[in-house]
Design a protein around this ligand. Structure first.
Ligand SMILES: [Zn+2]
Length: 148
């Protein structure tokens, strides 16, 4: 399955989070400007920034030259704490887990796939990682399958 967003995966590089040490992927400048709140968004420079996906880590974005934007300053800060799966359509991990157990997950996933195909998704702006959420759906499915 092809990923929805215009982000070219080959342009993505990785860097370890200065705080928690997890490997973080780079994000595009468009994602940064849509994610970072005022007035922090005024201080974004042209460096390459990376997003730390760890919920409990205070680091939101960091650059290779040492600038850091805390998760608190992201417009999706609340959603990150709620384990949002799909930022475009507001589907949380808990909701999707529930749907998987209630056997209604297929239609939810179908909806998301359809929207991404037709280009109505907005991962690049809405998702702090700037990436498509479909991979995360698969991860949750695997976890559930593993438990049963
Ligand atoms: Zn981190």
């Amino acid at each position: 399955m092809s990923e929805c967003c215009s982000t070219n995966p080959s342009k993505i590089t990785e860097q370890d989070c200065p705080q928690c040490g997890i490997s973080c992927k780079s994000v595009g400048i468009k994602t940064l400007y849509h994610q970072v709140r005022f007035p922090e968004n005024q201080a974004i420079n042209s460096d390459r920034y990376y997003f730390c996906p760890v919920k409990t880590c205070a680091v939101g974005y960091f650059s290779t030259v040492g600038s850091m934007i805390p998760k608190q300053q992201l417009r999706s800060a609340q959603n990150i704490q709620e384990d949002m799966l799909c930022y475009c359509f507001g589907i949380s991990e808990a909701q999707y887990r529930f749907a998987l157990q209630a056997n209604t997950a297929e239609s939810i996933k179908h909806f998301v796939i359809e929207q991404t195909r037709s280009g109505t998704c907005a991962c690049e702006s809405r998702n702090p990682s700037g990436q498509c959420c479909l991979a995360k759906f698969k991860r949750v499915e695997k976890e559930i399958a593993h438990c049963n």
